[in-house]
Design a protein around this ligand. Structure first.
Ligand code: GDD
Length: 336
């Protein structure tokens, strides 16, 4: 018997990549849902059943979960620091998506539910230095997450736990640490640092400009996870017997300045940096501790940051140099 899989947020970055894994697999029937009009989906597959609708509405979640075995929920209103710092209410409204999907999963007797959480759930006090120890899953408590977006993710994690405890729904939850790669937003306000800085250096080189804008002083640190590693980690956790929350991130902690140096090498073009201290900066330092997922699931990333950035840079360059559908990756702020 074929299993029916629902990918929510399939028109977005991670959802699109996850859907692409199942699209040609004869063991699965693929259903995709996203709030964006279909022409704005980052990837769309003809052999899937595709729904463009608002998953904040209960009747819509009931409709798309009908006869579904497995639900992957990537649907949320999100972006890089420039978006989440200025759209806290919009980010928190995504709680309706997760809540209604969970209710519908029970109503329609779905078998397993995956929720994509974020490193933004971690306690701010643990992220005050530039280089920090990797964040362990237990560092989310006592709770002091990123305002708006982080609170929604932490609340929704708990909602999954309680639906599992109270109603017997099998759930899987991972915390993504800044996922990047091809087919992701690179302009328009929702882009994260890797795509934004690739775009800025590509445009500087193309237009012979000597300087780019950088948010903050460039000494803040992050770890960034390449999309293929993210998808593998997602499936490994989903297929495992563990219902604990796991980090899916990289332990390669770099400052934004160090990442810019890598992109300069890839571009073979050097730029001066105009540090914009008034722009959204987020936490001072953040990185993943993967000991729990390595021990229990056996997953760890395969791509170094340099390898992932090389592929991402090439893809963004191709889009800027006249690839198709630039708008959908840059004007993705049509999601309400
Ligand atoms: N977006 C962006 N654009 N960030 C820049 C830029 C730029 O041009 N220049 C420097 N930065 C700096 C930001 O100020 C921030 O300090 C750092 O790069 C990382 O920014 P983002 O990639 O936008 O976000 P983040 O790492 O703080 O949070 C992201 O990852 C979380 C998971 O780890 C967000 O996407 C969150 O939504 C996500 O949960």
């Amino acid at each position: 018997m074929k299993k029916k899989i629902l990918v929510c947020g399939a028109g977005g970055f991670i959802g699109g990549h996850l859907a692409s894994i199942f699209k040609d697999d004869k063991n699965y029937e693929l259903v995709c849902a996203d709030i964006k009009p279909k022409e704005y989906w980052f990837q769309i597959f003809d052999n899937a059943k595709n729904f463009s609708l608002d998953l904040k509405e209960y009747e819509n979640t009931l409709k798309v979960t009908k006869d579904v075995d497995y639900i992957f929920n990537f649907a949320c209103n999100m972006g890089g620091m420039g978006f989440i710092e200025n759209n806290k209410a919009e980010c928190m409204l995504s709680v309706l998506v997760n809540t209604n999907l969970l209710r519908s999963a029970i109503e329609n007797s779905c078998k397993k539910y995956f929720f994509s959480s974020s490193a933004c759930v971690y306690n701010a006090l643990k992220q005050k230095q530039t280089f920090v120890s990797g964040l362990k899953e237990t560092d989310a408590y006592p709770a002091d997450p990123e305002d708006g977006y982080g609170w929604e993710k932490l609340f929704s994690e708990r909602m999954c736990r309680h639906f599992s405890e109270d109603f017997g729904l099998e759930t899987r939850v991972v915390r993504y640490h800044n996922i990047y790669g091809p087919q992701g937003t690179f302009d328009g306000g929702r882009e994260k640092a890797p795509a934004a800085l690739c775009r800025k250096i590509i445009l500087a080189k193309k237009n012979n400009l000597k300087q780019i804008d950088v948010w903050g002083d460039g000494e803040q640190t992050r770890s960034f996870l390449y999309i293929d590693d993210c998808i593998k980690g997602t499936l490994d956790v989903f297929n495992s017997g563990f219902s604990d929350v796991f980090n899916v991130g990289s332990e390669e902690q770099v400052s934004i300045n160090q990442m810019i140096e890598m992109i300069e090498e890839i571009a073979d073009y050097k730029v001066k940096r105009n540090y914009q201290l008034d722009k959204p900066k987020g936490v001072r330092g953040r990185s993943s501790d993967n000991s729990l997922i390595e021990k229990n699931i056996g997953w760890k990333p395969n791509h170094s940051l340099k390898e992932g950035l090389t592929k991402t840079y090439k893809w963004i360059n191709d889009q800027i140099e006249g690839g198709t559908n630039i708008d959908k990756f840059s004007k993705s702020n049509i999601v309400k």
